[in-house]
Design a protein around this ligand. Structure first.
Ligand code: KQY
Length: 372
């Protein structure tokens, strides 16, 4: 039995640890909807299975599948991966799963953020999203973690913390009127402090070009360790991403984190502009109420959408012309972890990548509370 807690994590001495801190395991969901994943979701299922298999080399993995997909998930996933029947509307565990918080004694609780499919009826990506909105609660029950139901709409992919009191977000997403139009920037900062246990909010501007989440931070930039950030980058001034990444770089270099440090920024080369092919677009079943896919549209491809596991980093392979350069940067930045590449195009076609489809559960261990 897990409890619904009516206070806030910060008031109870909890905070969100960084992804690079030890995990108890990783949760994912199983893709199946034909109006988002081409060819009956079969290529995406193979891609998700490859991601789960790679992560399972580092830590326990659990995958939630809707009832009529249980058998396909079980058949494609290795035995070491736990498959659990969970209803959902799609497969973005980063956004619909819980954000876990910890305290100094080693207890783990979860934040259950209200979810509106990245914008609700004002630009959201599908309707309904009621089953997605229950996923965090179900995962927390299975994990036996008490739960906070937050008062604002937020997705896990729209926040990155350093575990020492700093959160990184984008204005394009968190200030978007399709999330929490009644909350000001100051109100949102207040909620981030209360729920994530941070003192410092670093605001970047826009996210990756054409990112249908309204610019999630996890496709643009992330902490690699306290004081160090990876940022998706291009030197091509004719690419609209140049202005976005340049603005993010300027803001990061001007910022101070919660400890008063300046940030070191690692530029992660982005792939050349990747677009949806006619064959790929034709494989997706269009449906009213779901954002349609157009051949030729630019994909929001970014190597920053990687996942940090215990002892490893699992990164998307997106384009042979740039994969090894991106991998070399990540292997230099994460010299103490094994960097593993997994084909990411099929996940990208659905609108996200490896970070978007994973969610970590922190390990139970005594920790030092960040000085805020
Ligand atoms: O990238 C994500 N965090 C979610 C993308 C959702 C795309 C739905 N088509």
């Amino acid at each position: 039995m897990t409890r619904l807690i009516n206070s806030t994590p910060a008031a109870d001495g909890y905070w969100m640890p960084a992804e690079y801190e030890p995990h108890a395991g990783t949760w994912m969901l199983w893709p199946e909807r034909r109006d988002n994943w081409r060819l009956g979701a079969q290529p995406a299922q193979r891609a998700f299975a490859a991601v789960a298999t790679a992560i399972a080399g580092f830590e326990p993995v659990s995958v939630g599948a809707i009832a009529n997909q249980y058998e396909s998930a079980r058949a494609l996933l290795p035995e070491a991966v736990r498959v659990v029947e969970i209803s959902s509307n799609d497969a973005w565990m980063r956004d619909v799963g819980p954000t876990c918080v910890v305290n100094a004694a080693g207890d783990v609780r979860g934040i259950d953020w209200p979810f509106n499919a990245w914008g609700g009826l004002n630009g959201g990506l599908y309707f309904p999203w009621d089953q997605d909105d229950l996923v965090a609660r179900k995962v927390l029950e299975i994990e036996a973690c008490d739960r906070y139901r937050a008062p604002l709409i937020l997705e896990g992919g729209s926040i990155h913390v350093d575990g020492e009191g700093t959160v990184l977000v984008t204005e394009q997403c968190l200030l978007n009127p399709n999330r929490n139009p009644h909350l000001s920037r100051e109100d949102i900062e207040t909620q981030l402090r209360a729920y994530l246990g941070v003192s410092t909010v670093i605001w970047l501007g826009e996210g990756v070009i054409n990112d249908e989440t309204d610019g999630h931070i996890d496709n643009l930039a992330c902490f690699a360790r306290p004081g160090e950030v990876c940022l998706t980058w291009t030197d091509n001034r004719r690419d609209p991403q140049w202005r976005v990444s340049q603005d993010a770089l300027e803001r990061l270099l001007a910022a101070r984190d919660a400890r008063g440090r300046r940030l070191k920024v690692h530029k992660l080369p982005q792939p050349r502009a990747l677009t949806l092919s006619a064959a790929e677009a034709a494989g997706v079943q269009s449906r009213d109420g779901v954002k349609a896919r157009q051949a030729g549209e630019r994909l929001a491809a970014s190597y920053a959408n990687f996942y940090i596991a215990n002892g490893g980093v699992v990164m998307p392979l997106l384009d042979q012309r740039s994969d090894s350069a991106a991998m070399a940067v990540l292997q230099r930045v994460f010299a103490d972890r094994q960097v593993v590449g997994v084909p990411g195009r099929e996940i990208l076609l659905g609108g996200g990548n490896i970070h978007c489809i994973t969610q970590q559960i922190p390990a139970v261990l005594r920790r030092r509370k960040p000085r805020l």
